[in-house]
Design a protein around this ligand. Structure first.
Ligand code: CA
Ligand code: CA
Length: 236
C-alpha cells in the first residue's frame, strides 16, 4: 500500500467515524479511567506515599520495627503504619470484617499495615491492572501485600524485588470498592514495603472490533447518501 493510499484510507475512515458520531468517543478516555489510574486520587491509611503514577506503602510503624536498621528506615511518608484487627483499623478502611487479613485465625495474625482504596463503577469486562514490587527485611514471618475487590482479598507476589503485573477483570457490572495494601504478620517487627506503578483501566465502553464493521457500514451508507445529494445539487 502506498503512502498516499494509506493517507486516503485514514482520511476516509476518519470521515466515516465522524459521520456516525463516534470519532470523539474513540479519542477521549473516560474521566473515571483517568482518575483511578492516578494514585493521588486514592484514599490512604497508614504509611503511604502516593504520586500520580506510583504509590509506596510500608509496614513501618516508626516503633524501632526496622531492626537491625535504624527506626524509620522503611517508612515512606512520616506517618506510621496503622493497626490491624481493631475497630477503625485497616480492615474497616478497606471494608472487610476484622480478622480478614490474618493468615490464620489463631496464628500468625496480622498486626499493622497500610493501604489505599478507590471506589469505581465498572461494566462487565472492564479491567484494572498495575505492577507491584515487594521488599522486606523480615526473616521470621511472611508479611504480604494484597489487592481486594469488594472484600475478596488476593495476595500479590511477595518474591522480593520482582516487578510483577496484576490484572483484575470485573465480572459483573456494579460499584466496586478496590484496595491495595500491605500487612505486618506475626509481630510488629521486620518491615516490608510494596511499590505500585503502571495503573491502567481498560473500559468496554469503547466500541469493540466486533461491532465496528457494522457501525462503519452504517457510516458508509450515510456517506453515500450525502455524496449522492451533493452530486444532485451540483447537477441542478
Ligand atoms: Ca511494623
Ligand atoms: Ca514483619
Amino acid at each position: 500500500m502506498t503512502t498516499s493510499t494509506l493517507v486516503q484510507r485514514f482520511a476516509l475512515t476518519t470521515s466515516l467515524l465522524g459521520a456516525i458520531g463516534i470519532g470523539s468517543l474513540t479519542l477521549t478516555a473516560p474521566a473515571q479511567a483517568a482518575s483511578i489510574t492516578n494514585f493521588s486520587d486514592w484514599n490512604t491509611f497508614g504509611d503511604v506515599l502516593p504520586t500520580p503514577t506510583t504509590a509506596d506503602l510500608s509496614t513501618d510503624g516508626l516503633q524501632d520495627d526496622d531492626f537491625p536498621l535504624p527506626s524509620g528506615s522503611f517508612n515512606v511518608s512520616g506517618t506510621p503504619a496503622g493497626p490491624v484487627g481493631t475497630v477503625g483499623g485497616l480492615e474497616d478502611f478497606i471494608g472487610v470484617p476484622i480478622g480478614s487479613l490474618d493468615p490464620d485465625p489463631v496464628f500468625p495474625l496480622a498486626y499493622e499495615g497500610s493501604a489505599i482504596r478507590y471506589t469505581v463503577d465498572a461494566a462487565a469486562g472492564d479491567s484494572f491492572s498495575f505492577n507491584s514490587i515487594f521488599n522486606t527485611n523480615d526473616t521470621v514471618f511472611s508479611d504480604y501485600a494484597f489487592f481486594s475487590a469488594n472484600g475478596a482479598i488476593t495476595t500479590l507476589n511477595t518474591a522480593p524485588g520482582i516487578n510483577s503485573p496484576f490484572q483484575y477483570v470485573f465480572a459483573t457490572p456494579g460499584t466496586y470498592n478496590l484496595a491495595l495494601g500491605i500487612v505486618d504478620v506475626g509481630d510488629f517487627n521486620g518491615s516490608s514495603t510494596v511499590s505500585l506503578s503502571n495503573a491502567q483501566y481498560t473500559s468496554t465502553a469503547i466500541p469493540t472490533p466486533a461491532v465496528l464493521p457494522g457501525l462503519i457500514g452504517m457510516g458508509i451508507a450515510t456517506w453515500r447518501k450525502r455524496k449522492a445529494a451533493q452530486a444532485e445539487n451540483s447537477a441542478s
